[in-house]
Design a protein around this ligand. Structure first.
Ligand code: DGL
Length: 266
C-alpha cells in the first residue's frame, strides 16, 4: 500500500476544489494544503510576486514532508510552474484552463472562459489557445472580485450573483454553450453559474484531470512506501488568520477542519 505525502497550494481556499479530486484519486496519501489567503487574490498581482510566493510555499511544503507538489491554481501555474520545475527536484503538477476538452465538447462553436486577469494575460494561456482552439471561437472574461467572494464563503449571495450575471452576460450573448471554469475558486460557484447560464450550458473544470495526472506521476516517480498503519490525514495551513480560515475551509471541505499558520518568512 502506498502512503505518500502530497503538498498542495493555492492563493486561498479555491484549491479545495482540486483537493477533493486528489483525495478521491489517492485515498491513502497524506495531503498538506496551504491557502495563501493573506496574499489573495493572485489574479491582479505581478508574475514576479506570484513566483516568489510559489517558491516560498513550495519550500514550506517540502519542509513538511511533501514528496510531490500540486499548484492548485491556474494563475500561479501560469506565473511560476516553469520556475518551480527548474528549482525543485520533485514532481510538480500544475493546471490550466480546460480548453482542449471544452473545444471538443462545444456544439455551438463558441466556448467561454472565466478566469483571473493574470491567467488570461499569460503567455501560457495564449499558447494554450494557439494549440487547441482551432476553429472554435473563444470568448474570455476576467472576473475581478469573484475570488474574494469565495474567500468570504459567499457562494450565492446578492453580490456574488450580480458579479456572475455581469461576467456571464457577454459569453451567453455570444452563444457560448460550454464555459470553462478557469480558476480553482469557481467550481464552488458552479451551482449559481449553472442557474444563471441555464441547463443548456456545460461547465468544464480541471480538478479531476489534475488528480489523474498526479496519481500517474506518484505511481511512476515516487518510491513505494509501505503503510505504517497510520491514518491518512489532511493538514491545512494558511497565511491569514487561522481561525477565520478554518471556518471557510470547513465550509468548503464539508467537515470541520483545523488550520495552522504557515511560516514562509515572506
Ligand atoms: N484560484 C486561483 C486560480 O486558479 C487564483 C485566484 C486568485 O487568487 O486570483 O487561478
Amino acid at each position: 500500500m502506498r502512503s505518500t505525502t502530497i503538498g498542495i497550494f493555492d492563493s486561498g481556499v479555491g484549491g479545495l476544489s482540486v483537493l477533493r479530486h486528489i483525495r478521491a484519486a489517492l485515498p491513502n496519501a497524506n495531503l498538506i494544503y496551504v491557502a495563501d489567503s493573506a496574499h489573495a487574490p493572485y489574479g491582479d498581482k505581478s508574475p514576479a510576486f506570484i513566483e516568489q510566493r510559489a517558491r516560498a510555499l513550495t519550500r514550506f511544503l517540502i519542509e513538511q514532508g511533501a514528496q510531490a507538489i500540486v499548484i492548485a491554481c491556474n494563475t500561479a501555474t501560469a506565473a511560476a510552474a516553469a520556475t518551480l520545475r527548474r528549482e525543485f527536484a520533485l514532481p510538480i503538477v500544475g493546471m490550466e484552463p480546460a480548453v482542449k476538452p471544452a473545444v471538443a465538447a462545444t456544439k455551438s462553436g463558441v466556448v467561454g472562459v472565466l478566469a483571473t486577469v493574470g491567467t488570461l494575460e499569460s503567455a501560457r494561456f495564449a499558447a494554450l489557445l494557439e494549440r487547441y482552439a482551432g476553429n472554435v471561437e473563444i470568448v474570455t472574461q476576467g472576473c475581478p472580485g469573484l475570488v474574494e467572494q469565495v474567500e468570504r464563503g459567499d457562494l450565492n449571495g446578492a453580490e456574488t450573483r450580480a458579479l456572475l450575471e455581469r461576467y456571464l452576460a457577454p459569453l451567453l450573448a455570444r452563444g457560448a454553450d460550454t464555459i470553462i471554469l478557469g480558476c480553482t475558486h469557481y467550481p464552488f460557484l458552479a451551482p449559481l453559474i449553472g442557474e444563471i447560464a441555464g441547463r443548456d450550458v456545460t461547465l468544464v473544470e480541471t480538478g479531476a484531470a489534475v488528480a489523474r495526472e498526479l496519481k500517474r506521476r506518484v505511481e511512476t516517480e515516487l518510491p513505494v512506501c509501505h503503510s505504517t498503519g497510520e491514518q491518512k490525514q489532511e493538514r491545512f495551513y494558511t497565511s491569514s488568520d487561522p481561525q477565520q480560515a478554518a471556518r471557510i475551509l470547513s465550509l468548503l471541505w464539508g467537515k470541520a477542519v483545523q488550520c495552522l499558520p504557515v511560516e514562509t518568512g515572506a
